[in-house]
Every structure is written in C-alpha cells, then in structure tokens.
Write a protein that binds this ligand. Structure first.
Ligand code: 48F
Length: 260
C-alpha cells in the first residue's frame, strides 16, 4: 500500500539532505548550459565538492534548440574529444566538422556530469553574490518561481571557494558584481565589455582566451566569457563552449590545489 505522506516525506527529507550537504562548496557553477555542464563534470571527476544552480526546469541551456530550432549542433575537430569522453555520439559532416543530435547531447552531458558527482539544483536562480575583501565568497539564491512571480521573499546563501559564471549571453553573476561591488572587473575597462556580433571563427578562439578569472574567486565559462571580456558570438557551433567549460574547471582545480 503506497502511503502519500511517506512519498511526501521522502522528497522533503532527501531534498533537504542534498541542499544542506551543498551549502559549503569548493566550486559553485551558475548556469547549466554546455559550458557549465562540462565544467561541473570535470570538477566532480577531480573529486571536488561542486554544485550547479540553474534557473530553468531543464538543464542544457541553449543547446536543446540546435540552430534555429533544428535540433542538431556542430562541434569542430579540437573539441570532439570532449564529446567522445562524455560518450555523446557524433558524426563527421565534412573534414573538421562534426554534428550531434542536440537532444542527445544535452541529456548525455547532463547525465555524465550528474553521474560524475555534480549535484544540480534546477529551478534555482542566483540573484546576488557575497563579497569579502574583494573576493566573491558565495552566492545568493532564490527559487526561480519567486523571481518569476516577483514575490518579495528574501533569498538564502551558499558559500563557495570559487564560482564559475556559465550563465551564457547574460553574464549574470559578472553583471551583479559590476553593478553592486565597488571594484573593477579584470577586463580592459574594468566593466562588462559586452558581446559583439556573430563571427564563429574569432568567437570560438576568443572564448577560450576569455575563459579566466574576472573578479576574485569568479571565473567565466562559455558565452559569458565573450560577453564579459568583449568578443563575438558564435551561433550554433559548440566546441568553444565545451573547451571553455573544461578550461574553467582546470583553472579552478589548480587554484584549489595551490591553496592546499
Ligand atoms: O546559454 P547557455 O547554454 O550558456 P553556455 O553554456 O552556452 C551558450 C550556447 O548555448 C549558445 C552559444 C554558443 O553556441 O552562443 O548560446 O555559455 O546556458 C546558460 C544557462 O544559465 C542559466 C540559463 O537558464 C541557461 O540555462 N542562467 C542564466 N542566468 C542564471 C542562470 C542565474 N542567474 N541563475 C541560474 N541560472
């Protein structure tokens, strides 16, 4: 006989266990697009305590829709090894260009990252940061439903040694810092440089170069890197996103190792 109250208690207990277990993190990832997922996968594989906060119900960000809702993505040669490692099937289209089904890719990256040990909190939005001595030391979170309804409900907090802003075009964590913290970002102007128009080749190279620390304790990943440091968008070619997630994770892991 199924008891509805046991079902309810199981969900509440397990969720609260999970949440309480992730209030103090080595790394917090904001945004569950391809860059955040690869970063989370790599950090979890390295044995670090890492959680992801994603505003939406679904994980995968801008990957599901492929290009203009045609659910295929393109990945170039140098990033194919990440698809291989994460067991996403892909096919060569012509020399140097591979395609993957975007639904398969989104769901598999999510699955592999979760299985590696990344804990994902979907339906949670990051609305602010905590800063101490010119360094971000944590995130301010709230239910997306509260944000959407415009309810006046105070948020809660999560402490993190490092934060990866993988919020895509919006660069939301970086923008909060620029708006609220009386300090310069590590960009040329000290402000958010902003995204430029579409140029796949340059954008993909720059995404990797722009994957770096933008403020004490905060690294950018994915499209957020170009939106922050001022470079082009790339459209539905995803190699740069995957490589950027990997690079952000490597940088964070290195810092944590150096601090031991
Ligand atoms: O946009 P998104 O997929 O970022 P990405 O990993 O990849 C970019 C590509 O999808 C594409 C592109 C390259 O081909 O240009 O756009 O850089 O995923 C970002 C995720 O962050 C979530 C948002 O819902 C999305 O799923 N997000 C954004 N702001 C917040 C957030 C926030 N404040 N709190 C929580 N999640």
């Amino acid at each position: 006989m199924l008891n509805e109250i046991v079902i309810t208690r199981a969900i509440i207990d397990r969720y609260m266990e999970k949440l309480k277990d992730h209030l103090e993190l080595d790394a917090a990832i904001v945004g569950g697009g391809p860059a955040g997922l690869v970063a989370g996968y790599k950090l979890a594989k390295a044995g670090l305590k890492v959680a992801m906060f994603e505003r939406k119900l679904s994980i995968g960000g801008g990957m599901w829709g492929g290009g203009m809702m045609m659910n295929e993505i393109v990945v170039q040669e140098d990033a194919k090894r990440i698809l291989d490692e994460m067991e996403v099937p892909c096919r060569e289209y012509q020399s140097g260009y591979y395609t993957a089904d975007s639904v398969m890719c989104s769901s598999t990256l999510c699955s592999q990252a979760s299985k590696a040990g990344l804990t994902i909190f979907n339906l949670v939005s990051v609305e602010d940061v905590m800063v101490r001595e010119q360094r971000v030391v944590g995130l301010v979170i709230n239910w997306t439903a509260v944000e959407m309804a415009g309810l006046h409900v105070d948020p809660l907090t999560v402490r993190a040694k490092y934060v990866i802003d993988a919020t895509g075009h919006a660069a939301e964590v970086v923008r909060v810092i620029a708006r609220k913290v009386d300090a310069k970002l590590f960009t040329n102007s000290g402000e958010v440089e902003g995204e430029r128009s579409l140029w796949a080749e340059v954008a993909e190279t720059n995404t990797l170069a722009n994957t770096r620390e933008v403020f004490g304790g905060v690294f950018t990943a994915g499209m957020c890197s170009n939106a922050t440091f001022g470079s082009y968008r790339m459209g539905p070619v995803f190699g740069g996103m995957l490589l950027s997630g990997e690079k952000a994770a490597e940088q964070v892991a290195q810092r944590l190792a150096d601090e031991k």
